[in-house]
Design a protein around this ligand. Structure first.
Ligand code: AP5
Length: 182
């Protein structure tokens, strides 16, 4: 049975890495809003130019722009999918709920990847993406704590949340996710 999953957690928790592993093994669609936005920037599109500075500062792109991307890319056929990096605030939750209602594909599991702050900062500084510098990481973390972290309680209240200790090696974290997906 193909599942509809969401990976939630702070920057650097390994959402993208684990979503890529799980989507490959299961032939799921991996929908990362960050990745799709970076592609727009690399392709020099109008949208890319609109969001470039915002992303480089580590701030959130406007809800409506991200929603368009999600609507355009979320497949409506009978394929499993993983949302990575969306939703990130309560307004995005409401939009997502509406989209999922329209396509009749409810979320089944929300994986919360938890990791100590010092570990994620080390990981991000080592990766060195354009938004992986100390100042931007601080902004991303503050925004995460203020606007995204409350989503954990929301999904917990719907009994959709699965806790993942993301402070382990890749294989251990993947194995935990796979076991909780079964
Ligand atoms: P996005 O791309 O989503 O960035 P993020 O949320 O900050 O997440 P990261 O990609 O940094 O972390 P991750 O948890 O995916 O970890 P990863 O697997 O990469 O968003 C970027 C920007 O786009 C936002 O700041 C915003 O501007 C905009 N945006 C995106 N979505 C938006 C939305 N919904 N609304 C508004 N704006 C939006 O791993 C990190 C590093 O750790 C890698 O080098 C990896 O190799 C390493 N690693 C992973 N797992 C392990 C492990 N187990 N052990 C050791 N190293 C590991």
């Amino acid at each position: 049975m193909k599942k509809h999953l969401l990976f939630l957690g702070p920057p650097g928790a390994g959402k993208g890495t684990q979503a890529a592993i799980i989507s490959k093994t299961n032939s799921y669609l991996h929908l990362s809003t960050g990745e799709l936005l970076r592609k727009e920037i690399d392709s020099n599109t109008e949208l890319g130019n609109q969001v470039k500075d915002i992303m480089n500062r580590g701030e959130l792109v406007k809800d409506q722009l991200v929603l368009e991307i999600v609507k355009k890319n979320l497949c409506t056929d009978n394929k499993g999918w993983i949302l990575d990096g969306y939703p990130r605030n309560l307004s995005q939750i409401n939009s997502l709920n509406q989209v999922l209602l329209n396509i009749n594909q409810p979320l089944e599991i929300v994986f919360y990847l938890d990791i100590p702050e010092e570990v994620l900062i080390k990981r991000l500084l080592m990766r060195g993406r354009k938004d992986d510098n100390e100042e931007t990481i601080k902004t991303r973390l503050n925004i995460y704590k203020e606007t995204t972290e409350p989503l954990i309680e929301y999904y917990k209240s719907l009994s959709l949340l699965q806790y993942i200790n993301a402070d382990g090696d890749l294989k251990t974290v993947s194995a935990d996710i796979k076991q909780k997906m079964a």
